[in-house]
Design a protein around this ligand. Structure first.
Ligand code: AMP
Ligand code: GLY
Length: 427
């Protein structure tokens, strides 16, 4: 069986690693991949095609007789890559562009949740600066903070939390007039601020049936103690103790099932991975965001914790047998810590040589997944903001974290930055 994985992050490296565990897999292609997937060798090769080049990816899938395609990031989903593959009979895991609007349009997602009674923060939608400003001027004193979001996709960075009226007016100007988020802020959502703690739940679904991975917790801010700018995610751990069996039951009953039923009823059955970003307050979950894919870095901990076979589960999701395929998790816990380039999430330099001590993979349960790396002759160099993630499994979270940080200590590049407090809140 030949597999094509679309994307270039550590999430896609982890997917390639998980795919190799299936003995029926003869080749894994990663488009475009990264330095880590390039170095896997054997059955894995990179393909120099952009994740957004839908036509070229489709032609590649046909010419290389790809049996299963997995989409990592959101951009190809928005471009209708799944629609294109599926209409030509190519087997692919992911939602159509219509279904992916749960992520690619926050306006769609909020209105969908309102139509289906799915718990989420109250909101208002604006299309121009005048309407947004007059809303801000009318807000009562007790309404702050307000969460202001560009509706379109912004790599996790299109959100401003305004503490005061002045900050909200400045955000309106920045989004509608300075266009800091470009077309993504043609529509802007104002949300009430939700108190509580965040966690993410991931489902694999065929549109009706679904299976759940372990709940994870990401660390979105760049700084320790959850301070500073938002990033794509600086580390994650699973299972998240916050998502108790009771919370998970509520998430299934109030969020996942009505979402799948609602999307099917509206004519856009949702297939592939559904990422439910939650705020949990006193055991009551509400939706902060949906994503139409697996999370990064959450995948780097959630997939290593999947004990049963990943590829078999994906195939079952295409064959109508998702309900009966083995879908089991390892006992214990996992953690993943991101190493980033100095300056990320703002401007950063690339091209720094990376050295990885061979001993790193000798530490029990440790795996290194690459993101912004590339091969430069014999060297491995940095090529992005998030450079790599170090994942470790352990009997408990403390052991997993100790192992991940021991692994981090064996990887060097100039300006390497990582948070030292991943998972600290859960211990
Ligand atoms: P999003 O891109 O919608 O996930 O938002 C990015 C981050 O902003 C989230 O991970 C939360 O930390 C924060 N956030 C978003 N919406 C809200 C909300 N309604 N209340 C509180 N925090 C929020
Ligand atoms: N880690 C957050 C995301 O993948 O959107």
């Amino acid at each position: 069986m030949n597999i094509l994985i679309i994307g270039s992050g550590a999430r896609e490296h982890a997917m390639a690693w998980a795919a190799l565990r299936n003995g029926k897999v003869s080749r894994v292609f990663v488009a475009p991949g990264n330095g880590g997937t390039a170095m896997m060798g054997g059955r894995v090769s990179n393909v120099p095609l952009k994740a957004t080049d839908v036509d070229a990816l489709y032609d590649f899938a046909v010419s290389e007789k790809i049996d299963l395609t997995i989409v990592g990031p959101e951009q190809p989903l928005e471009l209708g890559l799944v629609n294109r593959f599926r209409s030509a009979g190519q087997r692919i895991v992911g939602p159509t562009c219509e279904a992916a609007r749960l992520e690619t349009s926050k306006v769609f997602a909020k209105e969908f949740m309102r139509r289906h009674g799915i718990p989420t923060a109250g909101y208002h939608i604006f299309h121009d600066v005048a309407a947004a400003n007059s809303h801000v001027e009318r807000l009562a004193a007790g309404s702050w903070p307000q969460v202001i979001k560009a509706s379109g996709i912004c790599a996790g960075k299109g959100v401003i939390i305004a503490l005061t009226q002045g900050e909200a007016l400045a955000a309106n100007t920045a989004m509608f007039e300075s266009r800091i988020f470009g077309d993504a802020a043609d529509e802007v959502v104002y949300e009430d601020f939700l108190a509580g703690q965040e966690a993410s739940v991931f489902a694999l679904t065929d549109g009706k049936q679904y299976r759940l991975f372990l709940a994870a917790q990401d660390h979105k801010r760049i700084g320790e103690g959850d301070t500073g700018k938002n990033t794509g995610g600086m580390g994650a751990y699973a299972p998240a103790p916050l998502v108790t069996p009771d919370v998970m039951r509520k998430v299934e009953e109030r969020i996942i099932r009505p979402t799948l039923e609602g999307m099917a009823a509206e004519g856009y059955p949702y297939t592939g991975f559904l990422y439910v970003g939650l705020m949990i307050d006193n055991g009551e979950p509400s939706v902060v965001e949906f994503n139409a894919r697996l999370g990064d870095p959450e995948t780097q901990v959630v997939l290593p914790l999947l004990k049963s076979d990943f590829v078999d589960a994906l195939l079952a999701s295409l064959d109508g047998s998702l309900g009966s395929v083995p879908f089991e998790m390892h006992d214990g816990a996992g953690a993943t810590v991101v190493m980033a380039s100095a300056g990320y999430p703002d401007a950063y330099e690339t091209g720094a040589e990376i050295t990885i001590d061979q001993a790193v993979e000798g530490i029990g349960g440790v795996t290194v997944f690459h993101a912004g790396t590339k091969q430069d002759g014999q060297k491995l160099v940095t090529a992005g903001g998030r450079v790599l993630t170090v994942t470790a499994l352990g009997g408990g979270l403390k052991e997993a974290l100790d192992r991940a940080y021991e692994g981090i200590g064996k990887i060097k590049f100039e300006g390497a930055y990582f948070r030292r407090d991943i998972g600290a809140k859960a211990i």
